[in-house]
Design a protein around this ligand. Structure first.
Ligand code: IMP
Length: 195
């Protein structure tokens, strides 16, 4: 049985969502501390270059905001939206572009900003698609990865945390469009999915 979430960690969770949370997997302080490290690494690796951060909507919005304001290198941002799971909790394997980039990326150093790499199918599709647009370089930063779920091998250069094979929400990640504003990565009680 999972431990109930420590109540102080949920102080900033909207009260209507608080009772749905089963466990805090990665709390806000750990996320923010890890982002300091990742930003420092990215600063070092891209020193002397501009970088274009491409956020994958909607899950990556908090990571995008927190990462971009930590970088000391010059960065610009753009977004893509691809088809998501809807309210299901596993991938259909089919990826569609719902919103494309605003501008060309040829010759640019591109860093894809993704919330979580699960099967890897979304990222596999995105990387092939973006590589065909001839960026100078193409790398990935993902807050979370679920290595045991991987169906395709994806080179994710910057990873925040590995999580087990459980459905997680918070810090941008949703279930049926809820819980994105929760500042920690959490799991939900089974009855939330059960209906
Ligand atoms: P993949 O194609 O299976 O790697 O799935 C990638 C996308 O599925 C992520 O960008 C998320 O939007 C969504 N996803 C995968 N696992 C989870 C989860 O545990 N919680 C919320 N969304 C998830």
């Amino acid at each position: 049985m999972a431990e109930p979430a420590a109540s102080h960690m949920l102080d900033t969770v909207p009260p209507v969502l608080r009772d749905d949370i089963e466990e805090v997997l990665v709390d806000e302080a750990r996320i923010q501390a890890r982002l300091d490290e990742l930003a420092a690494e990215i600063d070092r690796d891209y020193a002397g270059h501009d970088v274009l951060l491409i956020g994958v909507l909607k899950g990556a919005i908090l990571l995008m905001a927190d990462l971009t304001r930590r970088l000391t290198i010059n960065s610009s941002i753009d977004f893509m939206a691809v088809s998501s799971y809807g309210s299901a909790t596993s991938s259909s394997g089919t990826v569609r572009i719902l919103k494309d980039l605003d501008a060309a990326i040829e010759g640019l150093h591109v860093l894809i900003v993704e919330d979580i790499v699960d099967s890897g199918l979304t990222l596999d599709y995105l990387m092939k698609n973006l590589r065909s647009r001839r960026p100078a370089s193409l790398e990935v930063v993902a807050l979370l990865t679920k290595p045991t779920r991987r169906e395709v091998d994806i080179p994710v250069r910057y990873v925040g945390f590995e999580v087990p094979d459980v459905f997680v929400v918070g810090y941008g990640l949703d279930y049926a469009e809820r819980y994105r504003s929760v500042r920690s990565i959490v799991t939900l009680k089974p009855e939330v999915y059960g209906g």
